[in-house]
Design a protein around this ligand. Structure first.
Ligand code: ADP
Ligand code: MG
Length: 666
C-alpha cells in the first residue's frame, strides 16, 4: 500500500510537518477536510497591483504554445481576453489542458499578476465557468512551515496519484437511493469546489458515509452483545428481593422501579448487560444500582462498584452498608489509601469469595485484584473512566454484567451515538417532596445581599458551598482567589462559622479530610475552586454560591446546583455574574437536567457535557452530531437495515467494516 511519503512533493521535512498535525496516511491526507472556505471575488485587471493575487474570467484568444523542459517540466503560454483588458497567461505542468484550451473557450484563471509584463502566472485554470462570480477557496488547518497552498497541493497530488484506490464505504443500494456521487469524485469536489451547490451535495454525502460507518459499528457491537449467549446464567430469588425492596425506607419513584425492572431483566437474560443508567442529579440512581447489586448477590455472584474519587467511594460504601443492614452481605472498601494489611485481606476475601461486594476507586482494577466470581460491575460517573480502564475491569470477571451510571443527563442525540451500543435506563421523575431549588442571579455589587442570604441559612444550622471565581492564567492565582475569598468570608462572618477550602492542587488525602469535615458539619462554609466533587451528598447544605457563574457551562452549573436541595429543607443557588448571559437565564428558569442539557447542546455543542476525553472519542472528521442529526438518524436506520440484511453478508464492504472493529478492539 502506498504511503504518505510516496506522494510526489512530500519530502522528509513536509512529512514531519504533516505528522505533527496528525496526518500519517494517504487516507488521513485525503480526509483532511477544509475547515472553511473563502469566497474570492473576480478581480478587475486594472485594479490588481503588481505581484498580487488575481482571479479573472475570460476567453482564450490565442492557441496555447507549449514548451517542454527537462525532467518532465512543461509550460504553456496564451492570451486571454477579459472584460477589463487582454492579458498573457502562463501555466506550468498543465500540458494535458492544451487540447481543451481552444480559442474562444471561456475559463477562469487564478494566479499572480505581473503588471510590467502584463502576464498572469496561473496556479490554476478552471474550465467550467463558475455560475456565480466567486471562486471558492478551501482553507485548511496547517502548521508553521506548512502553508494552505502546500496542503492543497499535497492533497490534490494524492488524489491524482491514488484517487483510484479510494473505496466507497456506503453500500451500493444507498448510493443509488440517494443518488450519491462516488467517494473519489466527492473528495475531489470537497477539496476543489466549483460551486456552492456541488460543495453542499458532496458534503452531505461524506457526512453520511462517516456516520453510516460509525453507526454500523455501533449497531454491530450491540447486536453481538445481544445475540451471543455470552452472559451469565443466573437465578434471582425474586421473593427475597421483593421483601427487601419493600423495606427501603422511602417509596421508589415509577422511573426507579422501571430502571430496576430493566436491570433485573438484563441480569436474568442470557445476554450480557451493557446498560447506561442516567438520571438528573438527585434523582436517586444509587438505590437503583444498590438493588441491582443485591439481586446479583442473591444469584450468587460478587459485585464491584467503581467510583471516580476516594470520597465518593467512601460515601457509597457507608450508604451501601446502611442499605444492606440486616442482610448477610459482606462489603469491603478498597482505595489507594487502604492500609497494606487490610488490602491484602480484601484481596484474599475477593479471591476466595468471602467478600460479596467491593467498592473502590481505580484500586479495583489493579493487577493484584482477583475475583472469585465477579458477576456485576458498576461504574459511577462513568465518563470519568477511560475506555481502557473499563475494559480492564470487565476482563477480571468471567462475563460480568456492566452498568454505567451517569449523572449528566444526555440529550437523545448523544445517547444514540456515544452510548449507541448500550441500552439506556432513564430516571426523570424526582423523589416525592423535593422542592425546587430557587435560583437567583446577582451582580458583584450585590455581594452584601448574597452574604445576608448565606447568613440566614447558616443561622438556621445549614451549610453553604461557595465556588470561587474561575481563574485560568496560573495555578497560583487560583490559590490567591480562594484565600482572598476566605478572608472576605471571615470578615463577614467573624468566628461564628468554620470556613475551609478545597482546591484542585490539593493532595487528594487532604481534600478528603476537609470534605469529610464538611459532611459532619464541622465546617459550615466550604470554599472550592471550580468543581466540588461530583456526586457528593450533604443534605444539610442548602446554599450554593457560584462566583463568575457566566464562565461555566450549563451542565456544570446544573451539576453544581445539584449539590444542594438534597434534603427536605428549601435550598437556593446564587449565581454571581455581571454579564447577562442566556445561560444564566436558563438556569433561573429551568431545573430539569434533561431540558438544560438540550439547551446546553444547542448553545455550545457537546464540549461541556462530558469533559475532554469523551468529546475526543466523538470527534468526526466532517460530520457533527449536533448539526447533522437528520443525516445521523438516516445513517443509523440504513446501517441497521444493512447489518440485518442477510443477503449482503458476503459483501466485501460488510466484511471490511466488521473487520475494522475487531482490529481496533484487540
Ligand atoms: P443521584 O441520582 O444524584 O446519584 P442519589 O442516589 O444520591 O442521587 O439520591 C439522592 C438522595 O435522594 C439520596 O439521599 C437518596 O437516599 C434519596 N432518594 C433516592 N430515591 C428516593 C425516593 N424514591 N424517595 C425519597 N428519597 C430518595
Ligand atoms: Mg450519584
Amino acid at each position: 500500500m502506498a504511503e504518505l511519503k510516496d506522494v510526489k512533493g512530500i519530502g522528509p521535512k513536509s512529512l514531519a510537518l504533516l505528522n505533527k498535525i496528525g496526518i500519517y496516511t494517504i487516507d488521513d491526507l485525503l480526509t483532511h477536510y477544509p475547515f472553511r472556505y473563502d469566497l474570492l471575488e473576480r478581480n478587475d485587471l486594472q485594479k490588481v497591483g503588481d505581484g498580487e493575487k488575481i482571479i479573472i474570467d475570460g476567453k482564450v484568444e490565442s492557441v496555447p504554445i507549449l514548451m517542454r523542459f527537462k525532467a518532465g517540466l512543461n509550460k504553456m503560454n496564451f492570451r486571454l481576453v477579459t472584460q477589463s483588458g487582454v492579458v498573457g497567461v502562463s501555466i506550468f505542468n498543465r500540458a494535458f489542458l492544451k487540447s481543451q484550451l481552444s480559442v474562444g473557450t471561456g475559463i477562469t484563471v487564478i494566479g499572480k499578476l505581473d503588471k510590467t509584463k502584463n502576464v498572469i502566472t496561473a496556479s490554476d485554470i478552471k474550465m467550467d465557468l463558475l455560475s456565480n462570480s466567486m471562486k471558492i477557496e478551501p482553507v485548511y488547518h496547517c502548521t508553521s512551515g506548512l502553508t494552505n497552498k502546500n496542503m492543497s497541493t499535497y492533497i490534490n497530488m494524492a488524489l491524482l496519484m491514488y484517487g483510484r484506490d479510494v473505496i466507497d464505504n456506503i453500500p451500493e443500494e444507498y448510493i443509488k437511493k440517494y443518488n450519491f456521487l462516488n467517494k473519489k469524485t466527492s473528495l475531489n469536489v470537497i477539496h476543489n469546489p466549483s460551486t456552492m451547490e456541488k460543495l453542499k451535495e458532496v458534503t452531505i454525502r461524506l457526512k453520511y458515509e462517516e456516520l453510516f460507518e460509525f453507526m454500523f459499528k455501533i449497531n454491530y457491537l450491540k447486536q453481538l452483545n445481544k445475540k451471543k449467549n455470552n452472559g451469565l446464567e443466573r437465578v434471582i430469588d425474586r421473593d427475597k428481593l421483593n421483601k427487601f425492596i419493600q423495606k427501603i425506607p422511602f417509596q421508589l419513584t415509577g422511573d426507579q422501579e422501571k430502571a430496576i425492572d430493566e436491570i433485573l431483566a438484563d441480569l436474568e437474560a442470557s445476554h450480557r448487560m451493557n446498560r447506561l443508567l442516567q438520571g438528573d442529579v438527585g434523582s436517586g440512581k444509587t438505590v437503583v444500582a444498590f438493588t441491582g447489586m443485591y439481586a446479583n448477590y442473591l444469584s450468587g455472584y460478587q459485585s464491584a462498584l467503581m467510583a471516580p474519587t476516594e470520597i465518593l467511594a467512601m460515601q457509597h460504601y457507608n450508604n451501601l452498608v446502611a442499605f444492606l443492614k440486616g442482610t448477610k452481605v459482606k462489603i469491603a472498601l478498597l482505595t489507594g489509601s487502604t492500609p497494606k494489611k487490610e488490602k491484602n485481606e480484601i484481596y484474599d476475601g475477593l479471591k476466595n469469595g468471602t467478600i460479596h461486594m467491593v467498592i473502590g476507586t481505580h484500586a479495583l482494577i489493579q493487577d493484584e485484584v482477583e475475583y472469585n466470581n465477579l458477576g456485576l460491575v458498576i461504574t459511577d460517573e462513568q465518563h470519568r473512566f477511560g475506555v481502557h480502564q473499563r475494559a480492564n475491569l470487565q476482563n477480571k470477571g468471567i462475563k460480568p454484567d456492566v452498568l454505567y451510571m451517569s449523572a449528566t443527563p444526555i440529550p437523545r442525540t448523544y445517547a444514540l451515538t456515544i452510548f449507541g451500543d448500550m441500552d439506556v435506563s432513564t430516571i426523570k421523575e424526582r423523589p416525592k417532596g423535593r422542592q425546587k431549588i430557587e435560583t437567583f442571579v446577582k451582580k458583584n455589587s450585590e455581594i452584601k445581599d448574597v452574604l445576608e442570604m448565606m447568613y440566614k441559612e447558616l443561622k438556621n444550622g445549614h451549610q453553604v458551598y461557595v465556588i470561587a471565581p474561575l481563574i485560568e492564567e496560573s495555578e497560583n492565582s487560583d490559590l490567591t482567589t480562594v484565600n482572598e475569598l476566605k478572608e472576605q468570608m471571615k470578615l463577614a462572618f467573624k468566628d461564628l462559622y468554620k470556613i475551609d477550602i478545597v482546591h484542585g492542587k490539593m493532595a487528594s488525602g487532604a481534600k478528603d479530610i476537609i470534605m469529610e469535615q464538611f459532611k459532619k458539619n464541622e465546617v459550615q462554609i466550604l470554599i472550592s475552586t471550580t468543581v466540588v466533587e461530583v456526586g457528593v451528598d450533604v443534605p444539610n447544605a442548602t446554599t450554593m454560591v457560584i462566583f463568575d457563574a457566566d464562565r461555566f457551562g450549563l451542565s456544570t452549573l446544573h451539576q453544581l446546583r445539584g449539590r444542594v436541595g438534597r434534603g427536605t429543607s428549601k435550598s437556593q443557588c446564587i449565581l454571581i455574574s455581571d454579564s447577562d448571559t442566556e445561560r444564566l437565564k436558563i438556569m433561573e428558569r429551568e431545573d430539569d437536567g434533561f431540558v438544560i442539557s438540550e439547551e446546553d447542546f444547542k448553545l455550545r455543542g457537546h464540549g461541556d457535557l462530558f469533559g475532554t476525553k469523551q468529546s475526543g472519542d466523538m470527534s468526526f472528521k466532517i460530520a457533527s452530531v449536533r448539526n447533522d442529526y437528520k443525516i445521523l438518524l438516516q445513517a443509523r436506520k440504513d446501517s441497521k437495515e444493512y447489518l440485518l440484511n442477510k443477503e449482503t453478508d458476503n459483501d466485501e464492504l460488510k466484511k471490511r467494516l466488521i473487520h475494522s472493529i475487531s482490529i481496533r478492539e484487540s
